[in-house]
Design a protein around this ligand. Structure first.
Ligand code: ADP
Length: 291
C-alpha cells in the first residue's frame, strides 16, 4: 500500500480502487509463456533493448503503439495467438461498454464519435476490470493494444509494471486514412476485414505501398458493419489527437530503450513475416504451424 500511496500522491486523481486493481492483476501475472526456444527481439539494426535475457521463463508484457488504422489489432491478435498470451485492446473494452446499457455508455459514445480520448480514469477502470477478470481465469502476461495513449497512462503503467517491449507500427498517413475508411466488421462473428485496395506510388524517394483488400468470407459478407468513428472527419480528428497525445508516449518508451520501430512494408503477407523476423519469432511461427 505504501507504493500505491506514493503513486496516487504523484499522479493526482486516479482512484485507489482502479490502481489497486491494476496492481493486483499485474503483480499476480505468473511466468510461463516465454519458452526456451523463444528468444527476445533483436531490433535488427536498432540498439538492443534491455530485455531480461537472463530469464527464459518470463511472461510477455508487451505494448502496441501506432496511429488509428495502422493494424495494431491485427498484429497484436496474431502475436497473441502465436504466443498464447491475452490480447487486450482498450478500444474493444470501450466498444463493449458502449454496446452495453451501462451508465457510461452515452457519455462514451459522445467522446468516441468525436474522435477524442476517453479520460484516463475511465480507461484505467475498464482495463483494471478486464485484468481482474483475466486474473480470475488464470491468464498470464498480455499484449496491450491502445494503452497507454497518454503520458499519464504511460507513467501509471510504468509505476506498477515492467513493460519489456513496445512495438511502434508505422504507416504513411494517406494509407492510414484509406485503411480506416475501408474497415468492416462482421456483426455476427466480430471478424475484421478491409475492403480498401491501397496502391500508393512511391515519390520523392519515399517508397510506394500496396495493401490488398482483406475480403470477408461469403457467410460474413452480408453482415458487415462500419465503426461509427470510422468516418473521414472523425478519423482525421483521431489522427490529430494521436499526434498530440500519443506521439509523446513513443518518446517516453524510446528514451527508456523499449521501443521497436516497425515500418509496415505492405499488407499482412509482406508485413507479418518481417515483424516475426524483427521479433526473433520466425522459428517459433514455423514450429507452431507444424504442430
Ligand atoms: P484507433 O483505431 O483509433 O486506434 P481504438 O479502437 O484503439 O481506436 O479506440 C477507439 C476509441 O476508444 C478511441 O478513439 C478513444 O476514444 C477510446 N480509447 C481507446 N483506448 C484509449 C485509451 N488508452 N485512452 C483514452 N481513450 C481510449
Amino acid at each position: 500500500m505504501a507504493v500505491l500511496g506514493r503513486l496516487l500522491r504523484a499522479r493526482g486523481s486516479t482512484t485507489i480502487s482502479s490502481m489497486a486493481s491494476i496492481i493486483r492483476a499485474f503483480s499476480s501475472c505468473s511466468t510461463t509463456n516465454f519458452g526456451n526456444d523463444l528468444k527476445p527481439p533483436s531490433l535488427l539494426a536498432q540498439k538492443p533493448l534491455p530485455l531480461r535475457h537472463d530469464r527464459q521463463d518470463r511472461t510477455i508484457q508487451w505494448v502496441f503503439l501506432g496511429c488509428p488504422g495502422v493494424g495494431k489489432g491485427t498484429y497484436a491478435s496474431r502475436l497473441s495467438n502465436l504466443l498464447s498470451v491475452p490480447h487486450i485492446a482498450t478500444g474493444d473494452l470501450v466498444r463493449e461498454e458502449l454496446s452495453s446499457s451501462g451508465p457510461l455508455a452515452s457519455q462514451l459514445a459522445e467522446i468516441v464519435n468525436q474522435g477524442k480520448l476517453v479520460s484516463d480514469e475511465i480507461i484505467i477502470n475498464l482495463l483494471s476490470k478486464r485484468l481482474e477478470a483475466g486474473e480470475a481465469k488464470g491468464e498470464a502476461g498480455f499484449i496491450l493494444d491502445g494503452f497507454p495513449r497518454t503520458i499519464r497512462q504511460a507513467e501509471i503503467l510504468e509505476g506498477v509494471m515492467n513493460i519489456d517491449l513496445v512495438i511502434n507500427l508505422k504507416l504513411r498517413e494517406d494509407a492510414l486514412l484509406a485503411k480506416c475508411l475501408g474497415r468492416r466488421i462482421c456483426s455476427e462473428c466480430g471478424g475484421n476485414y478491409n475492403i480498401a485496395c491501397i496502391n500508393i506510388k512511391g515519390e520523392n524517394g519515399s517508397p510506394g505501398i500496396y495493401m490488398a483488400p482483406l475480403l470477408p468470407p461469403p457467410h460474413c459478407a452480408s453482415k458487415l458493419i462500419t465503426r461509427s468513428d470510422d468516418t473521414e472527419e472523425v478519423v482525421k480528428e483521431r489522427l490529430r489527437v494521436y499526434k498530440e497525445m500519443t506521439q509523446p508516449v513513443e518518446e517516453f518508451y524510446r528514451s527508456r530503450g523499449k521501443l521497436l520501430e516497425f515500418d509496415l512494408p505492405g499488407g499482412i503477407p509482406e508485413s507479418w513475416p518481417k515483424l516475426l523476423q524483427a521479433l526473433n519469432l520466425e522459428h517459433y511461427d514455423k514450429k507452431s504451424a507444424a504442430a
